[in-house]
Write a protein that binds this ligand. Structure first.
Ligand SMILES: Cc1cc2nc3c(=O)[nH]c(=O)nc-3n(C[C@H](O)[C@H](O)[C@H](O)COP(=O)(O)OP(=O)(O)OC[C@H]3O[C@@H](n4cnc5c(N)ncnc54)[C@H](O)[C@@H]3O)c2cc1C
Length: 326
């Protein structure tokens, strides 16, 4: 297996995702540990100008596969383009961010390269000269360590589990032939959800609430707390109980059957801390729990616990954060 690493750089509306910068940093470190080189793959339409940013984050080469048919996301089209980048770069490892797009593409690319695939890794290391990916399993109770038994290894990396950093490199642009038609599926329209906050899995701060908030009409308290952190910082999450009750959309659900998040700060409000919820947030750097029951299981994983009524604590916390930021 080649020691070189290729990182798929995901973009939306011409903006590279933060999680892809994290993947580039992880790719750089992994390539360093394997004594290989790290390069980037960018696919889509009109995306050539993003190569400079990939180089700024350490890509020695940037493989660019441009085609008008890739203007909207195409699972099979992008996968074929990335596989072509991997073959042209000679990389053994291909890294993706564990986003909706990364989850769609990594298994497809692995299949095209006849390689192995691991999703949602939270750590990469090199053991006996072989890349090893680690990921939480059994609702976060155990860590599974995987090494590929193939010439190619596709791995998706959990957002916020790796720190992004700049390390300017040459970033030589290499053109790669992209599919120009013949796609299995074509996206004709995208109706984006009307959310103003940062994507849940990329937010540095996630403020989640559960049944303790009593009803959907009280979510304004949570929105005010999210806004107190300032623009582009925090996102709202929810427990499954409130999603099942129809109080919040499923896109906000955190947990085993929802999204897995690993922000710098996770604030759980009126959430009991069921194992299925913990599976989605236990790898957060700092966990703050607000619950009126001192025996609530959420306190077992919390770094800071506030035993109290959410309806009193939330306004005070929001005010304190506003004041601190001023
Ligand atoms: C297969 C399976 C998959 C699941 N997947 C998920 C998942 O992905 N995500 C998930 O979240 N759950 C999941 N669940 C459900 C999970 O088991 C729990 O039922 C759910 O997480 C409970 O949600 P909750 O904490 O909001 O509600 P509750 O368990 O009812 O807890 C409410 C909490 O609010 C506190 N409270 C009440 N009033 C106040 C107040 N005024 N101020 C402060 N605190 C207050 C209470 O003390 C209590 O601790 C799954 C379950 C199964 C079986």
């Amino acid at each position: 297996m080649s020691n070189d690493v290729l990182v798929f750089v995901e973009q939306q509306d011409g903006q590279i995702k933060k999680a892809s910068f994290e993947a580039l940093a992880a790719g750089r470190e992994t390539a360093g540990n394997l004594s290989g080189a790290v390069s980037a793959a960018i696919v889509g339409a009109g995306i050539r100008n993003l190569a400079t940013q990939a180089a700024q984050h350490g890509a020695t080469k940037v493989f660019v596969a441009e085609s008008d048919v890739l203007a909207a996301h195409s699972g099979d089209g992008c996968a074929r383009a990335i596989a072509a980048c991997a073959e042209q770069s000679g990389a053994g490892t291909v890294l993706f961010a564990h986003t909706a797009m990364g989850k769609d593409l990594a298994p497809r690319v692995a299949q095209l390269l006849d390689g192995a695939c691991t999703t949602d890794a939270t750590q990469l290391s090199v053991v006996d000269g072989v890349l090893q990916a680690s990921k939480p399993v059994f609702a976060g109770k155990a860590i599974k360590q995987l090494r590929p038994n193939a010439a190619h290894y596709c791995v998706t990396l959990r957002p916020n589990a790796f720190a992004a950093s700049e390390a300017p490199a040459a970033g030589e642009v290499v053109n790669v032939a992209a599919p120009d038609g013949d796609l299995l599926a074509i996206v004709k329209e995208i109706s984006a959800a009307s959310v103003n906050h940062v994507p849940l899995q990329e937010a540095s701060v996630v403020v989640s609430a559960g049944r303790g908030l009593k009803g959907p009409e009280h979510w304004t308290l949570l929105e005010q707390l999210v806004e107190a952190f300032g623009p582009g910082v925090a996102a709202m999450g929810a427990s499954r109980a409130v999603v099942d009750a129809g109080w919040r959309p499923h896109s906000e659900q955190v947990g085993q059957t929802g999204k897995v998040v690993a922000p710098m700060l996770y604030i759980a409000v009126g959430i009991s801390g069921a194992i299925q919820h913990l599976a989605g947030m236990v790898t957060s750097k700092f966990i703050v729990a607000i619950n009126k029951d001192p025996q609530a299981p959420i306190f077992k994983v919390a770094n800071y616990g506030i035993v109290g009524d959410a309806f009193e604590v939330l306004p005070a916390l929001t005010e304190a954060i506003r004041t601190t930021r001023q």
